[in-house]
Design a protein around this ligand. Sequence first.
Ligand code: BTN
Length: 246
Amino acid sequence: MMYLGSNVIRFNKLPSTNDYLKDNYRNLAHGTVVRALTQTHGKGRFSRSWHSGEDLLFSLLIKENIKLSEVSQLGLVAAAAVFDTLKKYVVRPLIKWPNDILVEGKKITGILLESVIENNRLNCLVIGIGLNVNTVNYPPELINKSTSLRLITGNVYDVDNIYDKLIQNFNGYYIGFKADNKSYARICAENSALTGKDVVFQDNGIIQTGRVIGILENGNILIETAEGQKEYNSGEITLHEYYEQT
Ligand code: BTN
């Protein structure tokens, strides 16, 4: 199997590393990584934008035969790989299911999964990761929500070094995923920012509230609602913590 990241394409500036891979995946090998120092149209989930600072910005191309139903698992693989990387630098990173990483209650990493689907089959999956490393100045609307390794520890980091660790961790969990080893889901369960918390979320467009019981071995979230316990796949719902509600 080809090592993820054995082919890396670097740019100083791109609109979005995710878009680059979605536009060019036909001509690129499975496992290709695209990195950029800055993005002019960095994208987040829910059509949000992603702020570009002095950070690690990259996307990874998955072209192996992945079932549509397994896509959300790869988001958890990414979250576990980021978690293992961050815990070397900061005391208590937490995974906010399905794939945000928080430190001190603020977001330090975002993960954006995008897939190209044809005839109900996955042509490719693009996993974009933005890990805040050396940024210290955030725009006013992000100051209370975002943090970086430098803001937390006061140190300046070598972004390449962090990337190397992260891609190594990613390969480890990806091999596990292929072998049906669910250790990535355990990492997400044991370090969940949401367990025990009251949440508001959408289920088929209907606003619901509940308390998170935990993250299961299959990667789903279990929530206690007024109608009893419900299990959700990360593709089905998006959780809203109170600060995200508008
Ligand atoms: C989120 O938390 O909303 C996801 C943010 C994902 C940001 C990364 S940065 C590299 C890659 N390219 C993009 O345009 N977005 C992802």
